[in-house]
Design a protein around this ligand. Structure first.
Ligand code: KG4
Ligand code: ZN
Length: 354
């Protein structure tokens, strides 16, 4: 069975052809990062317009690369939530029009379900049940995948998602957007134990997350370092230094800040996952979502699983960030279960994972 999959929930316009949920015949991604960089983050209205500009070409390219036509497809799957409503609507509207025109079944797919299913593409042996840590720009979910398309969300964030914290801290230390990959890169030159940032836990909800505290701790650290520098300068009146007031990061080791922040987030993600695996008796652990690209997270989660004797799964980075191949993988299992959507399918920005 071959499915055309479409994804447009945030700032990537993507289309893919996927066979039997596990084999990717094409995976085309048009990223809008260069545009949103100018504004320091994703501008929803611009994202919608950019999706409209390129979606038809991206879909054509996915079909051509797979050496298929629309008529060869058994169904069309599309992300219908969660995400930015205007962005989602472009994919949903396009998928509906194509399904209607070519008389193909339409399957709406949950974006997080797609992230989880990215693991099926590269791990042909992976079958539920397993535990999956999904960390992206919009979500931090610890999920028990009970069966294909059946989930228990046992942990979620109370405030910022992990990726959001990476993006905000990157902005604070002047690295720009998107922050995750930049923090990952600069952290390699820093000391992860240089600054002790908090590892938050939530009373009565041991698997939930809160990342706003660590983000605020980084901001407080930057402010107090700046104050300290300023006081030092004031007390050494007349001393010659090459630091100027306008140099925001003078005397601050940004690599140490990045590495210490990253370590705090990674420790919480890994710690919660390992505790949950033990409590729920899961011996298969997977990573998913954009933050799963993080090299320190990959390294520490993999080592923790090895120590505990669990099998560990993670997609390659290109399948961790938003793409349509993962939507085709999730869509295949939905299709097999009989899920079909009508032409009344709508974008649902806050769609929850069943
Ligand atoms: O899954 P994704 O592409 O989009 C959403 O569904 O949100 O995730 C994007 C997020 C961004 O916050 C980005 O900063 C983060 O994933 N990210 C990373 C890395 N690469 C991307 N975070 C940490 N380290 C990375 N290497
Ligand atoms: Zn995503």
């Amino acid at each position: 069975m071959e499915l055309l999959a479409i994804e447009s929930s945030c700032d990537e316009t993507a289309a893919a052809v996927v066979r039997d949920g596990r084999e990717v015949l094409s995976n085309i991604i048009a990223s809008q990062i260069e545009t949103h960089k100018l504004y320091g983050g994703v501008v929803p209205e611009i994202a919608s317009r950019k999706h409209i500009e390129v979606i038809n070409q991206v879909i054509d390219e996915a079909l051509v690369t797979a050496d298929r036509t629309l008529n060869d497809m058994d169904a069309i799957c599309v992300t219908y939530g969660p995400g930015l409503v205007g962005a989602l609507l472009v994919g949903v509207g396009t998928a509906k029009a194509m399904a209607y025109a070519a008389d193909k079944p339409l399957v709406g797919v949950h974006h997080i379900e797609g992230h989880i299913a990215a693991n099926y593409i590269v791990h042909p042996d992976l079958e539920p049940p397993f535990l999956c840590m999904v960390a992206s720009g919009g979500h931090s979910h610890l999920v028990i995948v009970k069966d294909y398309g059946e989930y228990d969300v046992i942990g979620r964030t109370h405030d910022d998602a992990a990726g959001e914290a990476f993006d905000k801290v990157a902005r604070a230390i002047g690295l720009g957007y998107p922050g995750g990959p930049k923090i990952d890169a600069i952290a390699r030159e820093g000391n992860p134990n240089a600054i002790e940032f908090p590892r938050a836990s939530i009373d009565d909800a041991p698997y939930d997350f809160s990342f706003s505290g660590v983000k605020s701790a980084v901001l407080n650290y930057l402010n107090s370092e700046r104050m300290r520098k300023k006081n030092d300068r004031d007390t050494q009146k007349g001393a010659v230094t090459d630091e100027t007031e306008s140099d925001d990061f003078a005397g601050i080791n940004r690599a140490d800040v990045a590495a210490s922040f990253q370590e705090a987030v990674v420790d919480v993600l890994v710690g919660h996952t390992m505790d949950a695996a033990l409590e729920f008796g899961m011996n298969k652990v997977a990573l998913a979502g954009g933050v799963a690209c993080n090299s320190r997270l990959r390294e520490k989660m993999s080592a923790a699983c090895e120590d505990a004797g669990y099998s560990f799964y993670m997609p390659p980075p290109i399948l961790c960030t938003d793409n349509a191949a993962m939507i085709g993988a999730a869509g295949y299992y939905e299709y097999k279960k009989g899920v079909r959507h009508g032409l009344d399918l709508n974008a649902i920005p806050a769609l929850s994972l069943r």
